[in-house]
Unconditional design. Structure first.
Length: 246
């Protein structure tokens, strides 16, 4: 039997846009439900199915798929009867990522390890991007920046962080080092697959936090485009200087 070749570039393992569009609504609704559960006390009633479906703004079929996703993650419990509905099962574990806190479904230790490794590899990938990024690569990075800006305007923290990770994946995709690229993308996959919600660390309001993170990433892409190595390396170190778990 001949094994399939590894998916070393993001395009090899990403679903087509038409497929991801179909998945996006259940996943977005699942993230909304998970964020409600993460903010609630264990055992707290989140609402009826219909109340939460309306809150998420989705169809019955989409909501049922979202409900299946969050039940599989173990963060909500569905109880029948007149006083039933959706209930938070437990507090989500938290991990610090830069100046933000991620609420996770489970296995916080693995995510924390993935974050630590990702941060260590970021400077290497930025160096590769400085040397090898073509105009089309920079265009792809700016497309992810546009997604970040749209999420920032909508004050959608989870959409913002997903677009942020997609930008880092685009930067990694430039590297000619197949082993480095594949390992980094696997780390992003681990972090992204377990993240339920994101909030700024401390008292900084969400709009200011999102804008500051967008500005930093926009400056990083500008530095890569300009082949400004000192500026790009300084920015990626600023990006990661507070990245540790707590």
């Amino acid at each position: 039997m001949v094994a399939d070749p590894p998916a070393l570039r993001r395009a090899d393992w990403e679903l087509p846009a038409t497929a991801t569009a179909a998945l996006r609504r259940p996943e977005q609704a699942a993230e909304q439900l998970a964020a409600l559960a993460a903010a609630a006390e264990p055992g707290a009633r989140l609402g009826t199915k219909e109340e939460l479906r309306v809150h998420c703004g989705v169809s019955v079929g989409t909501f049922n798929e979202a409900l299946r996703l969050v039940q599989a993650r173990g963060v909500v419990d569905v109880r029948p009867g007149r006083t039933g509905g959706l209930f938070a099962t437990r507090q989500s574990p938290l991990v610090r990522l830069g100046n933000s806190v991620l609420a996770l479904d489970k296995d916080a230790a693995s995510v924390a390890d993935a974050v630590r490794l990702r941060d260590a590899l970021d400077p290497l990938l930025v160096e590769d991007a400085l040397r090898h990024a073509a105009p089309s690569d920079v265009t792809a990075m700016r497309a992810e920046l546009d997604r970040m800006r749209t999420a920032a305007a909508d004050l959608d923290g989870i959409a913002f962080i997903h677009a942020n990770w997609a930008l880092h994946a685009r930067i990694a995709d430039v590297s000619p080092n197949a082993m480095l690229r594949s390992f980094y993308l696997s780390l992003l996959e681990i972090i992204e697959s377990h993240t339920l919600a994101v909030q700024p660390l401390g008292d900084e309001p969400l709009p200011e936090y999102i804008q500051s993170r967008y500005d930093l990433h926009a400056a990083l892409v500008d530095a890569i485009d300009a082949r400004d190595e000192p500026r790009a390396i300084a920015l990626i170190h600023e990006h990661n200087m507070t990245a540790h778990t707590s």
